[in-house]
Design a protein around this ligand. Structure first.
Ligand SMILES: [Fe+2]
Ligand SMILES: [Fe+2]
Length: 139
């Protein structure tokens, strides 16, 4: 049985833009998939698949947000983009660890993603929503 470890909730996660919300929902699906693999004792097996999905996800999603920052000249864009870059760098680190046959990446992967949801989506991403709302910029 598959369980939603993280359930979407507009009040907690929405940034006021459907395209971006849908992309964030995609990330939550990836995390839920990893969580369910943990319950089935298969988390280690699906690490390469999850990393690949994250790689595609970040390429697409970070561009969506960064284009928006560019269009509306978001003042915190540099700090925000640096955090996106940290995620991209982390993916490269995991890819190298996999190549070197390192085990147990699934634990740090899960920790990283949980932290990303609370620290980045719930804080940094929602901050641009607050800013755009204050400035009456519809995104
Ligand atoms: Fe985001
Ligand atoms: Fe972001």
């Amino acid at each position: 049985m598959s369980v939603d470890f993280i359930k979407w909730n507009d009040n907690i996660y929405s940034v006021g833009n459907d395209v971006i919300d849908n992309e964030h929902k995609e990330l939550i699906q990836i995390i839920n998939k990893l969580f369910n693999a943990f319950s089935e004792g298969k988390a280690e097996d699906i690490v390469p698949e999850i990393i690949k999905e994250l790689s595609n996800y970040t390429q697409n999603h970070f561009k969506t947000e960064e284009d928006l920052f560019e269009t509306h000249n978001y003042p915190d864009k540099d700090v925000h983009i640096a955090k996106h870059q940290d995620f991209i760098n982390q993916i490269e680190i995991w890819k190298n660890k996999i190549k070197q046959g390192e085990k147990n990446i699934h634990y740090e992967l899960m920790d990283f993603l949980k932290t990303w949801i609370t620290e980045h989506i719930q804080k940094d991403d929602r901050s641009y929503n607050t800013y755009f709302k204050e400035k009456n910029i519809r995104i």
